[in-house]
Design a protein around this ligand. Structure first.
Ligand code: GAR
Length: 230
């Protein structure tokens, strides 16, 4: 058999990534930009949304990535939606499943099925502010530092092992949208970095602690300000 060459060989060895979204898709866009730049170390092979009107679907299509919509409202029970979603995700044989603004809580059966290869980006420095309205809550508390977290997903919401975090300042005069935009810019640096480490086989979890193999002494997984060289 002829050996695989060029792009084909590359695609065959690339980690396969399935991204789940519910809306805007800017984190998906950051992953696709890294993929196009050749710095992701993996290939986004499918995007699944629980909403047909998610803007991220058009972003995926513009990058030639196949999309699928599974509307949770078409399912009578949460478990039935989760099972159909798990089948849709499994159909693309992913090495990694990324929740990038996927706004449905996934049940234990789904999470167990993708255990160790399911990550989420959350717009706060967990364990502070799990759940919704994180920027509003940080402002209400007078927090001086805020940010985002990428973590492995476990059945309990927003408490899985933390892989990496990016911090941003909360500045005088910030309102919710200004702060959200600052955090989002940090998300766009953090998520592709974590996916790159995962694809390179650099992440290991033991006793809820994530090790990043080869991490520098000053901490690759701590982004005080987004560092484009990471
Ligand atoms: C992001 O800020 C992400 O952290 C957040 O939703 C936004 C999605 O934006 N996720 C959650 O709140 C999950 N609990 P995007 O669609 O533009 O990537």
């Amino acid at each position: 058999m002829a050996s695989l060459r060029g792009a084909n060989a590359l695609t065959m060895t690339m980690r396969r990534i399935c991204v789940l979204i519910s809306g805007r898709g800017s984190n998906l866009e950051a992953l696709l930009a890294a993929m196009a730049a050749g710095t992701l170390g993996g290939a986004v092979v499918a995007v699944v949304s629980n909403r047909a009107d998610a803007r991220g679907l058009a972003i995926a299509a513009a990058h030639g990535v196949p999309t699928r919509v599974l509307d949770h409202r078409a399912f009578a029970a949460r478990d039935a939606f989760d099972a159909a979603l798990a089948d849709a995700v499994d159909a693309c044989a992913p090495d990694l499943v990324v929740l990038a603004g996927f706004m449905r809580v996934l049940g234990a059966a789904f999470v167990r099925r993708f255990d160790g290869r399911l990550i989420n980006i959350h717009p706060s420095l967990l364990p502070a502010y799990p759940g919704l309205h994180t920027h509003r809550r940080a402002l209400a508390d007078g927090a001086r530092i805020h940010g985002c977290t990428v973590h492995f997903v476990t059945p309990d919401v927003d408490v899985g092992p933390i892989v990496a975090q990016a911090a941003v300042p909360v500045l005088p005069g910030d309102d919710e949208s200004v702060l959200a935009a600052r955090v989002l810019a940090a998300e766009h640096a953090l998520l592709p970095a974590v996916v790159r480490w995962y694809c390179a086989g650099r992440l290991a979890v033991a006793d809820r602690q994530v090790r990043v193999a080869g991490e520098r002494a000053d901490g690759d997984a701590v982004l005080a300000v987004p560092r484009p060289d990471q």
